[in-house]
Design a protein around this ligand. Structure first.
Ligand code: ADP
Ligand code: MG
Length: 211
């Protein structure tokens, strides 16, 4: 698939929201070890709100769709991940302003803008065991894929693959001091919950679009 219009992208966002909601038990289990245990519930709350919003609203453009979804997360979620996942959907909007549909290059620019905004806002560095450790390889894989194709489904597939690589690598990372209730070593062997959420989000978008 080369391009996706607003209805197709809305379908992809709905699939991504369903995937996040379905992942809640796994996210909760991981955040019980790595963090304070609220990540799964926070994500479920935010993406249930998106699901509700999208059931009752249609949007004119991809910009309006992602803007509404990002704001919905910030408003409904609370916690650092509400702001960060909202920033992921809002930070790259300028690159798709005025477009009626997105090809892989547009999607890559949009997501990479969001990823850069999350890095600026959260100030986590690669290896800190955060969602950034899934976002940076997702960005790399998308940019590599873009050298071969401008198909939007191939770009989202690359984003998911990169995120999953990051999830695997995050298992060997120690969280930054201050997180993980002080038991840093107990986090070894477990992935970062926010990184897992990133992979679920990218995978949901990809599968929702290619359905
Ligand atoms: P909180 O940390 O407020 O309890 P959540 O539990 O919902 O929020 O989310 C935790 C996730 O948020 C972590 O697994 C991590 O991926 C991500 N995260 C937290 N702080 C940062 C940060 N400064 N930069 C990037 N990601 C972060
Ligand atoms: Mg938490």
């Amino acid at each position: 698939m080369n391009r996706a219009d607003t209805p197709a992208l809305k379908k992809a966002m709905i699939a991504a929201a369903d995937a996040i909601v379905a992942a809640e038990p796994e996210l909760t289990r991981i955040d019980m070890v790595i963090g304070d245990g609220d990540h799964g519930i926070g994500m479920k709350t935010g993406f249930t709100a998106i699901r509700k919003l999208l059931a009752q609203t249609d949007y004119e453009t991809p910009y309006a769709l992602f803007h509404a979804c990002g704001l919905c997360l910030v408003k409904s979620m609370g916690g650092s991940s509400g702001v960060l996942f909202g920033t992921l959907l809002i930070g790259g909007l300028e690159s798709i302003r005025g477009l009626d549909s997105l090809d892989g290059g547009d999607m890559c620019a949009f997501l990479c803008g969001g990823i850069d905004a999350v890095v600026r806002r959260g100030k986590a560095r690669a290896g800190d065991k955060t969602m950034v450790d899934a976002l940076l390889p997702a960005k790399e894989r998308m940019q590599e894929a873009l050298l071969q194709t401008r198909d939007i489904d191939r770009i989202l597939k690359a984003a998911e693959e990169g995120a999953l690589e990051g999830v695997e690598r995050s298992k060997d990372m120690l969280p930054r001091l201050g997180r993980s209730k002080g038991f840093r070593e107990s986090a070894l062997g477990w992935p970062d919950p926010g990184a897992v959420s990133v992979s679920v989000l990218m995978g949901g978008l990809y599968r929702g679009l290619s359905k």
